[in-house]
Write a protein that binds this ligand. Sequence first.
Ligand code: ATP
Ligand code: MG
Length: 762
Amino acid sequence: MATRGTPYLDELNPAQRAAVLALDGPVLMLAGAGTGKTKALTARIVHLLNQHKARPNEILAVTFTNKAAREMKDRVGRLLGEVAEGMPWMGTFHSLSVKILRRHAELVGLKPNFTILDTDDQLRLLKQLILAANIDEKRWPARLLASLIDGWKNRAWTPEKVPSSEAGAYNNRGTELYAAYQDRLKTLNATDFGDLLLHCVTIFQTHPDVLEQYQRWFRYILVDEYQDTNVCQYLWLRLLAQSHRNICCVGDDDQSIYGWRGAEVGNILRFEKDFPGAQVIRLEQNYRSTGHILAAASGIIARNAGRLGKTLWTAGALGEKVRLIGHWDGEEEARWIGEEIEAIQRGTRGMDPVDLNHQAILVRASHQMRAFEDRFLTIGLPYRVIGGPRFYERQEIRDAMAYFRLAVSPDDDLAFERVVNLPKRGLGDTAQAKINVLARAAGVSLLDGAREALAKGVIPGKGAAQLRAFVEGVDRWHAVTLHPEYDHIRLAETILEESGYTEMWLNDKTPEAPGRLDNLKELVKALEQFDNLQGFLEHVSLIMDNETEGAEEKVTIMTLHAAKGLEFPVVFLPGWEDGLFPSQRSMDESGLKGLEEERRLAYVGITRAERLATISFASNRRVYGQWQSQLPSRFIDELPAEHVEVLTAPGLYGGGFGAAASVGFGSGLEERVSKADVYNSPGWRRLQENSGTRPMRQPQETRHVVIDMEASSPYVIGDRVFHQKFGYGEIMGIEGDKLDVEFDHAGSKKVVARWVIPADRV
Ligand code: ATP
Ligand code: MG
């Protein structure tokens, strides 16, 4: 068979080319941000096909997000051009696992049409189990159990495999509840996210014939963002690759940012052990960012200990320095960034115009997004939000989807519970309990339980008629889904109408109602891209982003975590404040390890920028309704000064971009931006001078002044509080913003006031 030309190789440098040409055997590509790892990986897929080493469906490519998978599909499609004869298996660990699991569900006691629970459903289920086990959920929150179970699943521990060292977890009941939870999931014919992978691993481990089939099938395996795989994912890969060893992993230890979700950088080191003789390829030339940006990012990451160590250089120009600016509060930061984005779009910032699609705001925490959404809505700046509080997590969307789920799988009990009395159908707790009891006794679904309750006449009053209408509705909708080519959009509209759900919001007079109706319309619109409801539901349960691409240019707002692997010419990095970034929580929970992971996140953030990166911080920020004073992030101290330009305060204070001034940094290489530099910068001084006279926006709520660590806490001794990690406790002493808390189970600890919440608010 003749091979076609290889124009894609011409676009690569020698090291990348080596990685592409080494088609057989294990390959590890270890390199810094923007060095073309993903580009080389994509070229490798094309080369495999081009050289007839594999047919498309014999290639398995794992990406970290669905967005990345889509991008890779696009790239491969483009590179392959007209020769594409089917596409390789490309997707995230989760989406690939679902495909596999659907084919072998019965091997782990499930039916092929199993449901995938989201976090909400998962928590609801856990709460029921906790209640049934007579445990006080107030003291032992379901969330705690959920994260415990997730952690075990990430380590590939089924209930039987949880080691005895974990026996004390969740008041000694963790393993027992884990087992009960797995049983319950099986009864419900459901899985959670972690199960998707864990079940696959279990099947591979217990059914060598099935494993062999996939090993033969996936003759070439490629993995992007390898540094963020957890143990379970690692096993999944190793099992699939161990016979042919044609596995190519690319990663960057400096970009490992999912340790909190069980990712293990150690997997990189393990690779060479498990696949002896692996070719290790290093790439050093960065093609993405200009010199100042790269140097600023490198300066920060250099502070981390225990790095594998890499050289990075760019042949590109130095470009613009990384810009740094302080603001009075989060709203003003949003206002300033909005103006900057528009100015950059118009080309009035000394650069060529950059359209909105090529500008992004990367936040540390999703609660930061709101300020930007609000501001951009006000000024009519189009934006898209990726990650964070997602479209599909909104209440009305989840309600509507529960209806869809019920139509597709009438025995989806969790969906039934969610909507049986929504809108109100006169079915209170007692009526629902009766249905539950009947269903359990007969070992049937809640829907069938409801039928039985109706037949027995145990539902009193108007509820009976309404329940009957509901059951008949579900039956009708389900019957439609059984037609091979039903009109799913029409069906979705019918369901929302006949169920009374749309009407419920039409009659709702709260200010949110119109937005919810819009979202429902948006939901129906989203269905257009799918062949049927089943496909859509599957998609939704897997997506990590809510991007609906239109023609309109939009600024992207997303979390730093979700931005991994992506690039934008212009990047804004707001909220660089100690406690927010680095996040207090990750430092509290994981100490130095947590801080280093945050620092890697800073590195990921800066290295997303191609031409302009702007870091900002605010001295006041409202977090979950409470004003807090903030100190600039310690990562700001770590920026190499000669690559940074400190801007003056924005127009509000009479400054403005034209007055941008570089503070007098020396040019020594060791020079760093220090907080003193920031405070002495003209902009910051002005900020402080003005802050004395300017009325604060929320004076009665403002607890802190600009820079004041000693501000008083809102608590008094004896208050009960809740801390994410340590649980409930009582305040024994207060010292500035630090609290001495006697935790019910964790003992006495000193914690920062803003990381606890009043116990009655949990
Ligand atoms: P990250 O670590 O952030 O995931 P990466 O190593 O995967 O980065 P890519 O996204 O593949 O890097 O590439 C970064 C940018 O550099 C892309 O715009 C890509 O097209 C470009 N690029 C990569 N290799 C080359 C090359 N040899 N010549 C020119 N441009 C390149
Ligand atoms: Mg990449």
